[in-house]
Design a protein around this ligand. Structure first.
Ligand code: SF4
Length: 428
């Protein structure tokens, strides 16, 4: 029977998965320079099995390492400034709104918080901090426990996850407020709950504000690999011709092109107002090339299978593919279209999974089964935490079916074979 683990892998604490050691890290400020991206591509291919996953917390997961390869890769990531040499500091889960610009509030607070990470208390493994201080809060759907956001009226607020409102903060007090609330979480027994939203203790008076966040969305064009996975060769192809890549929590990448770097003063409302700031006129040749791929007629929208239904079978269909040239088909044709099919890596790559996931998700999508569809290898639901119209969860080598729920919701049907599931959904 699969077990849900209570810890998260990191660069310093890799997880043994079905395809070898899994190494996870968050690039500082969610940004990889071109050189750093090429290094990551080289490490993924040279020491791992070439697979790179983008996670829902804007981390990168490199897969398929052995012990020696993991150690060599981590040393080089530390040298490149992508992993902190102190495992305790590296473990602080800091998610940054990826459309920041130099000198704006997200950039300012995230840098200050990174410099003071050592002052934070020891927090539960899944506890996260979101610095989301653009003109609109865009990380509302991203897992985090303390949220620094733009509040109604324009100033910044600190909002504990699970509460609808936050407390307004004065300029320059943000990091102190985050650290103080993190201290309170630990001192008030929050570690037992593990997450802020589950912690029932009454907030201290100073933190119990009534200001709602101003929610919005990132409008920049994004490159969205299918199921958030790309190969080292694909990452290298993207990196050539851009100045940097931004890692988003939507399992996508923003391309930062040299000529498109913003030069306006900080805190302007003109933050990457559209795709042209990333790929438009006057940008470098490489950036223009990516933009052309994104808009090309050959581009296939994400999750739209280009051929007939793929077979539902075992390891071959979910085996990690080796390095390959970048393929415009996995570039999202327009930004940011909502995804309707979600699937974790499943078996055999994840030891918690007893079933294949992505081959099944492809099969259901090809049969036009109504979504959103979430196929999860186990009740942990790594690919999606929000409810979906149809959620299929692996258990003991078979599938449970949930309607309008999450991977850990009560199933409507249990123990279906692949054939029975497909027949029930009209996808056989
Ligand atoms: S949801 Fe999928 S990837 Fe996550 S632990 Fe379960 S089987 Fe593994």
């Amino acid at each position: 029977m699969s077990k849900v683990r209570g810890w998260c892998p990191s660069a310093w604490r890799p997880m043994l998965a079905g395809d070898g050691l899994l190494l996870r890290f968050r690039p500082p400020l969610a940004r990889l320079t071109r050189a750093q991206a090429l290094l990551v591509a080289e490490l993924a291919t040279g020491y791992g099995n070439g697979a790179i996953d983008l996670t829902r917390r804007a981390a990168l997961q490199l897969r398929g390492f052995d012990e020696a390869g993991w150690r060599a890769a981590v040393d080089r990531l530390v040298s490149a400034g992508l992993v902190d040499p102190d495992p305790a500091i590296e473990a602080v889960a800091l998610t940054v709104a990826p459309d920041w610009r130099e000198g704006d509030d997200t950039h300012r607070v995230a840098r200050a918080l990174m410099a003071r990470r050592a002052e934070l208390p020891s927090l539960p493994a899944k506890f996260g901090i979101a610095v989301d201080a653009g003109q609109r809060a865009v990380l509302g759907g991203t897992p985090a426990d303390l949220r620094l956001e733009r509040g109604d009226g324009g100033g910044l607020i600190l909002r504990p996850d699970g509460r609808a409102t936050g407390v307004r903060l004065k300029h320059g007090q943000e990091v102190e407020a985050i650290a103080t609330l993190a201290d309170w979480f630990v001192a008030s027994g929050g570690a037992a709950a593990g997450r802020m939203a589950r912690h029932a203790a009454v907030l201290p008076n100073w933190a119990a504000g009534g200001v709602e966040p101003l929610a919005g969305e990132v409008e920049s064009e994004q490159v969205t690999p299918r199921y958030g996975r790309l190969t080292g060769a694909e990452l290298a192809s993207l990196a050539v011709g851009v100045e940097a890549l931004r890692i988003t929590p939507w399992r996508s990448l923003l391309l930062e092109c040299e000529a498109a770097r913003p030069t306006a003063p900080p805190s302007s409302s003109d933050i990457f107002p559209g795709k042209r700031r990333w790929q438009g006129e006057g940008v470098t040749e490489g950036c223009r090339g990516v933009g052309m791929s994104l808009g090309s007629p050959e581009a296939t929208p994400l999750h739209q299978p280009s051929a007939g239904p793929p077979p539902l079978a075992g390891e071959d269909e979910v085996r990690v593919s080796g390095p390959a040239p970048v393929d415009a088909r996995w570039l999202q044709a327009s930004a940011p279209a909502p995804s309707t099919v979600f699937a974790c890596v499943g078996a055999p790559a994840c030891p918690q999974a007893s079933v294949v996931t992505r081959a099944l998700a492809d099969r259901l999508a090809a049969a036009s089964v109504a979504g959103p569809i979430h196929v999860s290898g186990c009740p942990k639901g790594c690919a999606r935490s929000a409810p979906a119209a149809l959620t299929i969860v692996g258990r003991g080598g078979r599938y449970d079916l949930v309607r309008d729920g999450r991977a850990d919701s009560l199933p409507l049907l249990r123990g279906l074979t692949p054939a029975a599931l497909l027949t029930h959904l009209g996808a056989d």
